[in-house]
Ligand binder design. Structure first.
Ligand code: ATP
Ligand code: MG
Length: 137
């Protein structure tokens, strides 16, 4: 079975939405096989979003990601990467399909409540960024 990395972002932890968001994953058949609540350092946030380093919104994105605790998690299930992207909805909540996490909870294109790996290859890199083998079960 496939695994993907998910992050419940600071706008969502601030509004106490961790349980509601986790219920969406479980209802969709994704299993939370690792999970920890952490406060990212600036260096971690910059490293995690390094692919966006040249984008105009990068400094604001990093500042947002360190503005409060996040919940980093590994989701497991059949087609987990694509399934998670589907239930998250589009990056901009204004474009997110009804019933998706971002349509229901996101505040803005930046404060959009969740991150999900965008490919199986990136999922492996992102899971290894936050978790060691023995933390996943
Ligand atoms: P994520 O990688 O967080 O799952 P995504 O893959 O849907 O989101 P990306 O294009 O990878 O979207 O952008 C990463 C994050 O950067 C977005 O989730 C959002 O928080 C932020 N972001 C993207 N575009 C913008 C923008 N135009 N203005 C502000 N923030 C943005
Ligand atoms: Mg992305």
């Amino acid at each position: 079975t496939e695994r993907t990395l998910s992050i419940i972002k600071p706008d969502a932890t601030r509004r106490n939405l961790t349980g509601k968001i986790n219920a969406r994953f479980e209802e969709a058949g994704l299993r939370i096989v690792a999970q920890k609540r952490v406060r990212l350092t600036k260096e971690q946030a910059e490293g995690f979003y390094a692919v966006h380093a040249e984008r105009s919104f990068f400094p604001e994105l990093v500042a947002f990601m360190v503005s409060g605790p996040v919940v980093v998690q590994v989701l497991e299930g059949e087609g987990a990467v694509a399934k998670n992207r589907e239930i998250m909805g589009a990056t901009n909540p204004a474009n997110a399909a009804p019933g998706t996490i971002r349509a229901d909870f996101a505040e803005s294109v930046e404060a959009n409540s969740v991150h999900g790996s965008d490919s199986l290859e990136n999922a492996k890199i992102e899971i290894a960024f936050f978790f060691s083998q023995c933390e996943i079960a």
